[in-house]
Design a binder for this molecule. Structure first.
Ligand code: DC
Length: 226
């Protein structure tokens, strides 16, 4: 990691509000927002198309054909793969599960970690994901871990999906959240957990503005310099 660049990490489970906060923070600081979930979703989608199974050689070949890069800053930040922007198809709950499935594979995690660290070496970032503070950017000076109960997150996820025109009932969404939580928290490599030096914020009783204020307090010196 290049110490000239500022890296702020935001980790936590699905539906906790990470994306809203990460994008807002990046926008306020005029730096890039890195959506690592999108990278996992793209790879999960490709696995669905090309079905490499457990064949290491095929997995490597598939990964070698994907080049990620990060464009823009703040609200206008977006990930591209092979110079294309991922489409809305990667945003479904099903695609989230595929992303979580391939997130258990060591070759995939080390490929994506490498790609994420390369991006972090070239720009200041707010990096959002599951293992940003614990594994990918362990030396980041500011780390947040957002949490909330599964019920609260299922409600939020439902309204996010509704905003994207996807209807999902509460019970199904809650089940999907619990399943994805279990898989992300219990995998052998880089499981979802707060980094030891992360600030943990329970976003359950807070609105996004209140979470933002808490983060801003913590980031005091960074805001003073921007
Ligand atoms: O943040 P998201 O819902 O877009 O992430 C989709 C899945 O991708 C998530 O359930 C697990 C995986 N993921 C991961 O393992 N590590 C990351 N840093 C980001 C996402």
């Amino acid at each position: 990691m290049n110490s000239q660049h500022l890296i702020i990490t935001i980790d936590g489970p699905a539906g906790v509000g990470k994306t809203t906060l990460a994008r807002r923070l990046a926008q306020s600081l005029g730096i890039a927002y890195l959506d690592t979930g999108a990278m996992f979703r793209v790879v999960g989608w490709m696995f669905k198309q090309k079905d490499p199974g457990h064949d290491e050689e095929k997995i490597r070949k598939l990964l070698e054909g994907i080049r990620f890069s990060l464009e823009g800053t703040g609200w206008e930040s977006f990930i591209t793969f092979n110079n294309k922007r991922p489409g809305p198809e990667i945003r479904s709950e099903q695609a989230g599960m595929w992303a979580s499935n391939i997130g258990r594979i060591e070759t995939v995690r080390s490929f994506l970690k490498n790609a994420q660290q390369k991006i972090g070496a070239s720009a200041s970032l707010v990096a959002e994901g599951r293992d940003m503070g614990s594994v990918v950017f362990p030396e980041a000076p500011y780390k947040f871990y957002l949490d909330a109960s599964p019920g609260v997150r299922a409600r939020r996820r439902q309204s996010q999906l509704a905003n994207m025109g996807q209807q999902a009932d509460y019970k199904t969404t809650l089940d999907q959240i619990l399943k994805r939580d279990a898989q992300d928290k219990n995998r052998a490599i880089a499981p979802l957990k707060p980094a030891l030096d992360a600030i943990v914020i329970d976003t359950g009783p807070l609105n996004p503005e209140q979470v933002f204020i808490k983060m801003k307090e913590r980031l005091g010196p960074v805001f003073a310099n921007h």
